[in-house]
Design a protein around this ligand. Structure first.
Ligand code: NOJ
Length: 448
């Protein structure tokens, strides 16, 4: 089993996101994002860390793109920071922001790398958040305006677009649990945020396709394999509710199936925000669906969790191997998710737009011996291949991520990169997993 086994057109890549790597948080006219503000609040982020400099990708993009090339990775996924392009979210365009992304895109192309651009990876302009952000229906117009500017500016060269990154996560963590920016809580924030994000997912795609008919338009969905703690009715039902929320909430309205209300009753309250014509407008026939999977969760019935009455059994209480995120190492989850999506939906094309793991890396002089990450990637690729052989229309795989970076509320502690970063000196060092991916991509390595 080697690169060849996946077919010659299979798209191999690596994924990043603006806020997690760029830094330069207020340089060259950039406006603040909700994450700039959230990270400035005490007690929200691990050790009150922030991303004002992060990996300094803003200044070091040439060196980092050189690393992608050095690793023989043909496709580079990154996101655009909305508030770099529109400091207020709407209105006056910051030409320096457009110039910057032009440089990044042109540099990728000059190095023979294909840019894969995510339009929204969680960093909403703070000015829009002050007007309600995702809870305000006007965001559909704000977002359309932003997408139009991006596609007009970059659509001549960018041929792979992703509209939203993991909408379940940014609405759930940001507008229900309050553990991500903008730190809002409750169903009254979560439900409108969900509906407006689902509308933006489809409306954004239509705009990209209109201006750029020869491009491929996708969106990305976070997916977790969920299994009941025991096969008894109450845990099975709890798992079904959790699955509706975790895996089905954004893909089903896009496919014309509506929200998974039958399996998660509180979603009925979405009605309040649904206007005539919306059901149709939620639908979009994406060229590809980006699947992002890291683990599985074991679910049990719980009376203490409102609405969903289900909760995961933490991995460290299950006596299983875990990553620094306390996520179970369970490569079969990716196979199960891919085959589940094939069984459930008729999708034209699936790309795994993120998969990877955070481990404590052992620095041995000039070597970073991260054998656990190599094993993880190896086993997840085997899962992909198995799913592909069984007929899943899987046509690409992106590792999360290039460099160690700012992992949201977890700060810099969980290191996911194929490249180690010393955040004091901004020195990069390719980990053994980076060399492993390189040799796999160069046909010098088989999956073991
Ligand atoms: C999901 C997100 O898209 C990304 O931003 C995050 O760093 C990784 N997965 C790992 O948690």
């Amino acid at each position: 089993m080697n690169r060849e086994s996946f077919g010659k057109d299979f798209q191999w890549g690596i994924a990043t996101a603006a806020f997690q790597i760029e830094g330069a948080c207020n340089e060259d006219g950039k406006g603040a994002s909700i994450w700039d503000e959230f990270t400035a609040l005490p007690g929200r982020i691990y050790q009150n860390q922030h991303a004002r400099t992060a990996c300094d990708f803003y200044h070091q993009y040439q060196q980092d793109i050189a690393l992608v090339k050095e690793l023989s990775i043909p496709n580079f996924r990154f996101s655009l920071a909305w508030s770099r392009i529109l400091p207020e979210g709407i209105g006056v365009v910051n030409e320096a922001g457009i110039d910057y992304y032009n440089k990044v895109i042109d540099h990728c192309l000059s190095q023979g790398l294909e840019p894969w651009v995510t339009l929204y990876h969680w960093d909403l302009p703070a000015a829009l958040s002050k007007k309600g952000g995702w809870t305000n229906r006007q965001i559909v117009e704000w977002f359309k305006g932003y997408v139009e500017i991006c596609v007009r500016a970059f659509g001549d060269r960018v041929k792979h677009w992703m509209i939203l990154n993991e909408p379940t996560v940014f609405t759930g963590a940001g507008y229900f649990l309050g553990i991500h920016a903008p730190g809002q809580i409750g169903l009254g924030n979560f439900l409108p945020a969900v509906h407006h994000a689902a509308l933006c997912q489809a409306e954004g795609a239509r705009i990209v396709k209109f201006h750029c008919p020869d491009s491929e338009v996708g969106t990305t969905i976070s997916c977790t394999l969920l299994e009941p703690v025991r096969k008894v009715e109450r845990h099975i039902n709890a798992t079904r509710r959790a699955d509706a929320l975790t895996n089905r909430l954004f893909i089903e309205p896009a496919l014309g199936l509506g929200y998974p209300i039958a399996d998660l009753k509180p979603l009925r309250k979405l009605e309040k925000w649904i206007q005539p014509g919306d059901e149709q407008n939620l639908i979009y026939d994406f060229d590809f669906i980006g699947i992002q999977n890291y683990t599985r969760e074991i679910i049990k019935h719980s009376l203490t969790v409102p609405y969903i009455f289900a909760k995961p059994v933490a991995a460290d209480r299950r006596n299983v191997a875990t990553t620094l995120m306390n996520w179970e190492v369970y490569p079969d989850a990716l196979y199960q998710i891919l085959t589940l999506f094939r069984k459930r939906y008729r999708l034209k094309k699936i790309i795994v737009t993120e998969n990877g793991a955070a481990f404590r890396d052992k620095v041995k002089g000039e070597e970073i011996a991260d054998s656990e990450r190599i094993q993880y990637l190896n086993d997840n690729l085997k899962s992909c291949l198995r799913a592909k052989y069984e007929g899943v229309p899987l046509e690409g795989y992106f590792v999360w991520t290039l460099t160690d970076n700012f992992e949201w509320a977890e700060g810099y502690r969980p290191t996911f990169g194929l490249v180690h970063v010393d955040f004091r000196s901004q020195q990069r060092l390719i980990k053994n997993s980076g060399y492993w991916y390189k040799s796999f991509l160069e046909h010098r390595k088989n999956l073991s």
